[in-house]
Design a protein. Sequence first.
Length: 500
Amino acid sequence: MSIQLSVHSELTLKKATKSNPLPQLVFFADNEGKLLGNTQNEHTARAENLIKKSGFKGELCDVVSDYALSDDGVGITVIGAGKLDKLAKNIQKLGAATYKNIKNHKSAAIVWGDVICQKHFSQFALSLLAASYRFDRYFAKKADADKLTTLSFINNKDSQDDYQAALDMTKATFAGQSFARDLANEAPNNLNPVALAKEAKKLAKEYGDKVKVTILGEKEMAKLGMGCFMSVSQGSDAEGQLVVIEYYGKNKKGSKKAKLDNPIALVGKGITFDTGGISLKPGAGMDEMKFDMGGAAAMLGTTKAVCEAGLEIDLVTVLACAENMPSGKATRPGDIVTAMDGTSVEILNTDAEGRLVLCDALCYVQDNYKPRTIVDAATLTGACVIALGSVRSAVYSNDEDTLFALESAGEHTGDLLWQMPLDDEYASQLKSNFADLQNIGGREGGSITAACFLQHFIKEGQAWAHLDIAGTASLSGANKGATGRPVPMLVQFLKSQENQ
């Protein structure tokens, strides 16, 4: 569903028509029942009177509405913002609650006034839009669509350009995040590596003046010596694909001979289904292994958002797409394979496959693009879920500037990160008796040893960060589904890199 969004400095209501009814007005009140925003208009008194007459306490996400419409036909809703000193922390919850309460109105106007800055306005708006997301393509009978088609934000009149710019970025981010969620939520019988590569090709058609897509199949990867990648994809009938997307944000590509100028590189793990291979996973919850391409989905969604926003950066996105299946062709525990850079790897567990496709993708992007920094994202380890749950993604990095920029972007968007260590003592767990490396360490520090494995393939002096998003890219239980994280953080990170 498409919602028309706009930012205004003051509330002006035009005469209602059948196609353009007057909006439901949304105000916010703190836990003392005080209306927020310092915005005075003809309906403020009604909102204050509604709070007083109803005994509304303003607790977080509580709601009171006035459906005894005034003479001009305008309805009022007041949503509790809770304690004012916790408003920033709760802003995303408020966004979701607001959408829930306005989705059945065709038009709504949200009155924030001067109470939130552009950063928290962006978080609120994205959370509100994300609450409108639906993945219902497989239901024979779909639920009634939400009615909301027009939404206005009434913000501080002294900073309208800033709020409008924030809203424009939010819309681009939402487009990318929704795309990522669609891909990750897709049924694995309909989204194998070849189908995922086709989704990337669509970006070249949609944004053809700035995007070029190249697909490497297994023959090309074999010639390049990508033995680690091939060890994962060989067990499946679906061919593995290395997808390379070049985004020319500084200049149009002009010709196929154009070169990206010291680009930022995004690398995503795209295991479209992970059975564990010969090291077969338990059956319970295996359906959620369709989310194991969450890293590739996030990077593809981020690339779409960058295209939508028209960011002035050069970017290369590499997606390592494979299906991890048990078969007569599948890799065995004990097999030894060789990565693109010549490193031999003893495979002790075929369920530690994400690092195998990623290491060759990392070698490829370094050899072909010499990026100024690389950020990879992967639903890499269950150990990360145990460590951080679904609140923060883990970040590992060898470069302070990249780390600081990523963490700052996470704080700006509310899509939070937590720095993890990369001590040599952890890497020692990857020593093998028969090869340069083994693909797993011991039970301790599983997310860390996985990151150390990837770091082995990063060249000296190459800035790099690894995001383990196993706990944040999707949710289980009643809210099972893809979240589209960390698209918001990555888009903000890339925006911060403009003109650098």
